[in-house]
Design a protein around this ligand. Structure first.
Ligand code: MLT
Length: 412
């Protein structure tokens, strides 16, 4: 008889966002009048229309596809040259970082890349994650069999959790123990915290000292407003030898539904193989890509490349400004209720400490039933998130203002 991957049976509850959707559905079924009144500040899903520069490029690409000369079948698995060059040039070389076009791998999402990267890493690595943390990093390690069972508080045996608290500014201290793979996300989801250059330098030094790999998720880099904060791990000297960077067009270009992202794997990056010798990871990731993926559609990649045009850049800036305007409104509303608020300055997420003694899911339920607002319970991101909740600033201005008013009207 066939067997299943029993690692999946170790996973606690459902994936966070479907679980929230399930609870919201149950609530609206029981309270149908609340359905049309609901304001969704839970999942970080963009709301504003796709930039015109993107739509024009995609229309043109569709028209091209309708001709014999302009038709595109299978493309290069790792992405078309026009997009890889635009990325490497604009996001890296123009900002003084050395990244070659062929170190960019275009994909359908950072979530997918963040999970798939485990294919090319050993199963005996000691994995460290920030806590609270984007659940994908943990769950994919569970699925791959890199952990033991979950304990009552939802943490997994075998994963090293790096506590992020208000006291350390939600940037974890460098661990005493050695970790082989460390997931870092800045600007952070869910806390909205950013890491300073000095903090990232310390992480790069740690990784180089121990031969560790940093998996650096920079999906929210476009939201950095403080000019001293690095946008990429490769701004730190030595990072090319110890870091993989994940980036996405979801949150800057509004691509959550269109799907396009990329991963940077520098050629200098190596890891140990069984024989004890160091080998580069770039050829392995390339091999994985060409074997398991057929690339992002031509039309989508043309749309993504348009984000780097003058018009595209201006539209991205306007989108970021819009969502950060919402963040300010929501931040101020929460702060005026006397709650301790973090984030929302260099990131589209506001991280709020709930009233003393309330659990994250209790706050979630109260906000759902009393204000018809969906937030994300902090404990869904890990043990250290208990007592917190996250508000996403991805919304229309009208809804952000209405959510702010309802939050202020609640009895905290
Ligand atoms: C979130 O809300 O944390 C993110 O939108 C989820 C994601 O990007 O996959």
């Amino acid at each position: 008889m066939a067997t299943l991957n029993s690692n999946y049976l170790k996973l606690k509850a459902g994936y966070l966002f479907p679980e929230i959707a399930r609870r919201v559905k149950a609530f609206t079924e029981a309270n149908p009048e609340a359905a049309s009144n609901m304001i969704r500040c839970g999942i970080g899903d963009v709301t504003e229309p796709l930039p015109l520069a993107v739509r024009e490029a995609m229309h043109a690409a569709i028209d091209e596809m309708g001709t014999r000369e302009g038709f595109h079948g299978y493309g290069p698995e790792q992405g078309y040259e026009f997009l890889r060059t635009a990325i490497a040039q604009n996001d890296y070389r123009d900002r003084g970082m050395e990244v070659a076009d062929d170190e960019i791998f275009v994909s359908d999402g950072s979530k997918c890349d963040g999970g798939n990267i485990l294919d090319i890493l050993g199963s005996d690595n000691r994995v460290a994650v920030m806590d609270p943390v984007y659940p994908v990093y943990v769950d994919t390690n569970v699925m791959a069999g890199h952990t033991g069972d979950a304990s009552e508080d939802g943490s997994y045996e075998g994963i090293h959790y790096l506590e992020c608290t208000a006291e350390n500014g939600f940037v974890p201290a460098i661990p005493e123990k050695k970790a082989d793979i460390i997931y870092l996300c800045f600007p952070n989801n869910p806390t909205g915290a950013v890491a300073s250059r000095a903090q990232l330098e310390a992480w790069v030094a740690y990784a180089r000292r121990h031969g560790s790999i940093l998996l650096f998720d920079a999906a929210y880099e476009a939201y950095i407003s403080d000019s001293s904060v690095p946008h990429s791990i490769y701004e730190i000297p030595g990072a090319r030898e110890c870091a993989i960077e994940f980036r996405s067009f979801s949150k800057n270009g509004g691509f959550t539904g269109t799907r396009c992202a990329f991963t940077v794997v520098p050629k200098e990056l190596t890891a140990l193989c069984k024989g004890g010798e160091r080998r580069p990871l770039h050829p392995l990731w390339h091999r994985r890509f060409t074997t398991k993926f057929n690339g992002v559609s031509y039309v989508t990649q043309r749309g993504a490349a348009a984000l780097y045009s003058g018009k595209g850049k201006a539209e991205v800036a306007a989108l970021v400004e819009h969502y950060m305007g919402n963040a300010k409104i929501l931040r101020e509303a929460v702060a005026s209720c006397g709650l301790k608020v973090h984030g929302g300055v260099n990131a589209p997420y506001i991280w709020v400490k709930g009233p003393e003694g309330a659990t994250s899911w209790q706050i979630f339920d109260r906000m759902l039933s009393e204000a018809n607002i969906v937030v994300t319970p902090g404990s869904g991101f890990g043990r250290a998130g208990e007592g917190y909740f996250r508000i996403s600033a991805f919304n229309s201005r009208e809804k952000a203002i209405e959510a702010a008013d309802r939050i202020k009207a609640m009895k905290w």
